[in-house]
Design a protein around this ligand. Structure first.
Ligand code: SF4
Length: 241
């Protein structure tokens, strides 16, 4: 066994020198980046290599379009294997549209309808309305979710007022902290994986079971945009908040 070489970062260090330091450490992510960089350098140097570039994931929306284009233009890659989504994302930019930086804070949700809520939020809401105290994680998730849908801090406070342990000043403080009024940070609702780890996912329906279902707000957005469901929901005004 050999000891781990500690990485030295000095003023003015170049990217190449930093990669060399990482490679010399030989361990964990730094070591792997060093090996990967060496492999890529060897591939680009050797004219006999056939370099396949495989693309998956939101690369163009992630800002890598120019880098991929340069790799192709400079013939650093011979073959590109890509998902269709990457082609579409590239075409979108090529015809002059742009991908935008978005947030889960949606101004266009309109009126909140219970029938569009994901099971987790519906359950949390039902518990509050049934006079049950929620765990802290549940209060946080419910507050952040309803705030993201446009519910005001006062409305959220009113919603929690039926909880047995309701303390107006404490609850107001927590809501104003989560919604950014006093903290300066608007907290986004937790992702599905976090909800599961908190134990507040509360059973999953078919939409929840989709591989790409990663966030309760995504669930709401999809239900909101489904014309079939929309038609059904619009007849149920009594289910509005
Ligand atoms: S999978 Fe996600 S959206 Fe569905 S109930 Fe669980 S946390 Fe909510």
């Amino acid at each position: 066994m050999k000891s781990v070489k500690q990485i030295d970062v000095k003023r003015g260090i170049t990217v190449a020198q930093l990669i060399e330091e990482m490679e010399a450490s030989g361990v964990l992510g730094a070591g792997k980046i060093g090996k990967a960089a060496r492999l890529v350098a060897d591939m680009f140097k050797d004219p006999d290599y056939t370099v396949f570039l495989t693309l998956a994931g939101a690369l163009v929306p992630g800002g890598l379009r120019n880098i991929i284009a340069e790799l192709i233009k400079k013939e650093h890659v011979n073959v590109v294997v890509t998902t269709g989504a990457n082609m579409v994302h590239d075409l979108v930019e090529a015809i002059g549209f742009r991908h935008m930086v978005g947030t889960f804070k949606a101004e266009d949700f309109g009126r909140i309808r219970v029938t569009k809520l994901p099971p987790c939020i519906r359950q949390l809401l039902a518990k509050v309305q049934a006079g049950e105290n929620l765990p802290h994680s549940g209060r946080f998730a419910l507050t952040a979710f309803l705030h993201a849908l446009g519910m005001s801090p006062e409305e959220i406070l009113h919603m929690f007022s039926t909880s047995p342990d309701f303390d107006e000043s404490k609850t107001r403080y927590q809501i104003e902290h989560i919604t950014g009024k006093i903290s300066g940070t608007e907290y986004t609702p937790p992702e599905c994986s976090t909800m599961k780890s908190y134990g507040i996912c509360f059973g999953e329906d078919n939409l929840c079971k989709k591989e790409w279902m990663t966030h309760p707000l995504k669930y709401y957005r999809i239900k909101d945009r489904s014309p079939k469901r929309k038609g059904k929901v619009e007849g149920k005004e009594k289910e509005d908040f």
